[in-house]
Design a protein around this ligand. Sequence first.
Ligand SMILES: Cc1cc2nc3c(=O)[nH]c(=O)nc-3n(C[C@H](O)[C@H](O)[C@H](O)COP(=O)(O)O)c2cc1C
Length: 197
Amino acid sequence: MNTTPIQNLSDTTLKLIHSRQHISPKRLGDPGPDPEQVEKILGAAGAAPDHGLLIPWRLVIIPQERRHLLAETFAEALVERDAGATEEQKQEAREKAYRGPLLVLVIARFDSTQDSVHPNERLISAGCAVQNMLLAAHAMGFGAGLSSGRGLNARAMRQLFGLNEQEQPLCFMTVGAVTKSKPPRTRPGRGDYTSTL
Ligand SMILES: Cc1cc2nc3c(=O)[nH]c(=O)nc-3n(C[C@H](O)[C@H](O)[C@H](O)COP(=O)(O)O)c2cc1C
């Protein structure tokens, strides 16, 4: 049977979607995306569905030369929730800031410019933006992973990224070359999450 271009595209797209997997920042190294590839990955976020065209999220790149600021913030965030944290634990927290060539913080924006667009819709838009970037990175042959952690909402973190009261940090996204692969997980089937009215 001949396959049409559209069939090829849908096969490729589905293959891309199903083969994406979370790669821990620990397993992401050099080479990372070059500046042109970074543009394409971050540009994919702009294609996310966006009710009211609010761009209800923003991205902050944390370049290598600024990672030390994030490292100190991770350590401060740890102390914020555990005043008795040891120097070793603080050092472990700091080291996480240096993982992965491309590191981006994803922030949701809930400002009240258009109250008709519910916060849930804004979060969904942010999630779609993240997935677009993960798939774009995966399509280029990079691994990518998301990380949140308890430090995300720490006072020190909010301060470092200049978050206002209507902004919520959602997760970090790390992109790079996969240094150590892992087996794919078993994904749920559509019967696990679909019913018919
Ligand atoms: C918002 C968000 C935050 C996440 N934070 C973490 C995290 O802190 N640590 C982690 O190991 N995985 C994190 N993940 C990745 C999930 O663990 C991962 O997507 C899940 O195990 C399913 O695996 P898959 O993405 O390969 O299908 C996060 C995922 C999302 C959507």
